[in-house]
Design a protein around this ligand. Structure first.
Ligand SMILES: NC(=O)C1=CN([C@@H]2O[C@H](COP(=O)(O)OP(=O)(O)OC[C@H]3O[C@@H](n4cnc5c(N)ncnc54)[C@H](O)[C@@H]3O)[C@@H](O)[C@H]2O)[C@@H](O)CC1
Ligand SMILES: [K+]
Length: 495
């Protein structure tokens, strides 16, 4: 699994390495050498400017400068702050740099072939201001390619937010594992290409740290992924119910239903107002439309306990009628609530928590606007320091798995596990894409996949389907594109 380490966890990894016999200066030597290697891969970076900060990030910069000079590069080094105030490994690394250490102000950064940004990394403790901010802004304005050490300086590794200023990097070299800030926007864009260098921290450090945040990739959920059994029956693959709005908004439910079927649900029933029956009947022949005029009808339909997974929200309309449908569906069933279902609980997350408590597992899939409406007035959730922290706080509040959508979709479980997606192409932001995602999650839940894993898999599959469909995609393409994604995944997982 691809763990993500926040700065405290990374510091723990560092300590673990030292406790198990790796000298901390050796870690810095390897980090700086990895940065030098990245610089050397650049086309003709003969003149390199290394900007060093007052901590160990700057220490990595001094090592990189020395290694590059030894390899024949023309290197100039500038230090933000006073050399006499460097301590520990950074002081040691600076002492081994034999060339001059200049004032940043005297350097014309536009003359650099490559700039190494070694000002601040994991130790960024507050917003940049004064000379530090001005230097980062000069670096950004230089237009020269920048290689960032660990993080673009000013980017917060835990949150992905810019504190004061940060310069766009061409490439970022980080160590041991990526940090949440490498994946969360705007951090992801600012980092450019991210390389992870092995600096000799033992993998066993992870068993001690027990990280709870991961990159959303198949290795996170593939053990729980429902591969169809050769002797399987359609009922083994679950029976999902999509609750639809009336004829004019039935398209959203329709997309969700296709998502659920293509994700592998054995059967999919669309519960819809009678006027929408012909529309659903005319879509996939495999869908089973059933007339459901209100919550009482839905309760009757769901009396068949095999219909154990229900998605509500897409095209349903927000309000009391939708809340009544949710109340009818919730007891003992696995639910996905999206779109209008979430807006029906504006400012009332406790009501969603009550639904979660009655259900056999709940996934909610808000985008930022729906999230803000649902948690209106809940400062602890809305003002948590990052998208990762907000999603985790929301999951705890609801007792449900929360999928906070966006280019960096975060999935979080009430127990703190979380995953950040990095496979969604920009063109996935299109009308109806969210309905398909809710449907895929429903299809996976119907097949018995555990709730957190189902949500993570749905998000990844959705992104992979978009990549497979390619630019110009409309939401209708996504369920169809799942076939190619599944073909590859089955092959890989031996299905
Ligand atoms: N943890 C590890 O395992 C390793 C860490 N290494 C490097 O060490 C870095 C972390 O080093 P540090 O913890 O010393 O932290 P940094 O070097 O990132 O920054 C800490 C220094 O910056 C100052 N500072 C923080 N925020 C500031 C602000 N807004 N304005 C002005 N000054 C500010 C602090 O007072 C301190 O002097 C990593 O990013 C990485 O580059 C590597 O040497 C390899 C191993
Ligand atoms: K940096």
């Amino acid at each position: 699994m691809h763990a993500l380490l926040d700065p405290q966890e990374m510091a723990r990894a560092d300590r673990y390495a030292v406790e198990t016999g790796v000298a901390s200066f050796t870690l810095m030597e390897r980090a700086g050498t990895a940065v030098a290697d990245a610089v050397a891969r650049f086309p003709l970076p003969t003149r390199v400017v290394v900007l060093c900060g007052p901590g160990n990030n700057g220490g990595d910069g001094f090592v990189a400068a020395r290694v590059l000079a030894q390899r024949g590069f023309r290197v100039r080094v500038a230090l933000l702050g006073e050399a006499a105030r460097l301590t520990g490994d950074a002081a040691k690394a600076a002492a081994k740099w034999r060339g001059p250490v200049e004032e940043p102000a005297v350097l014309d950064l536009t003359e650099a072939g490559v700039i190494v940004d070694a000002l601040f990394g994991a130790g960024l403790a507050r917003d940049l201001d004064g000379a530090a901010k001005a230097l980062v802004q000069r670096m950004a304005a230089s237009g020269r390619p920048i290689i960032a050490v660990d993080l673009p300086s000013g980017l917060d590794g835990a949150t992905g937010k810019v504190r004061g200023a940060a310069a766009q990097a061409k490439e970022t070299v980080t160590f041991f594992r990526r940090k949440p800030g490498h994946l969360l926007e705007p951090g992801r864009r600012l980092c450019g290409r991210v390389r992870v260098a092995d600096i000799g921290i033992p993998e066993a450090a992870l068993a001690v740290i027990r990280p709870q945040a991961f990159v959303n990739m198949p290795d996170l959920w593939q053990d729980a992924f429902p591969l169809p059994a050769a002797m399987g029956h359609k009922y083994d693959r679950g029976h999902a119910v999509v609750v639809s709005g009336g004829p004019w908004t039935s398209g959203a439910a329709h997309l969700a239903a296709k998502g659920a079927l293509r994700a592998g649900a054995g059967l999919v029933t669309v519960a819809c107002p009678p006027a929408a029956l012909p529309l659903h009947a005319a879509s996939y022949a495999a869908l089973m439309p059933r007339p459901v005029a209100d919550a009482a009808d839905l309760a009757l339909l769901l009396a068949d306990r095999r219909l154990g997974t229900v998605v509500l929200g897409p095209g349903l309309g927000a309000g009391a009628a939708t809340r009544a449908l949710i109340d009818a569906a919730a007891p003992g069933r696995r639910l996905v609530l999206d779109a209008d279902a979430l807006t029906s609980y504006e400012g009332a997350p406790w009501a969603v928590a009550a639904v979660a408590g009655r259900s056999a597992g709940l996934i909610v899939t808000p985008h930022e606007g729906e999230f803000a409406r649902l948690f209106r007035g809940d400062r602890e959730v809305l003002e948590a320091p990052s998208k990762l922290a907000r999603t985790r706080a929301a999951a705890r509040r609801l007792g449900a798995v929360v999928v906070l959508k966006g280019p960096d979709t975060v999935v979080a479980a009430p127990d703190g596990r979380a995953a950040i997606a990095e496979n969604a192409p920009a063109f996935l932001a299109t009308a109806g894409a969210g309905d398909v995602l809710a449907g895929i999650a429903t299809g996976l839940l119907a097949q018995g996949m555990p709730v957190f894993e189902a949500a993570c898999a749905a998000v990844w599959l959705h992104g992979a389907a978009a990549c497979s469909a390619g630019p110009g995609l409309v939401a209708d393409d996504l369920p169809e594109a799942l076939r190619a994604v599944y073909a590859e995944l089955y092959e890989k997982l031996g299905g």
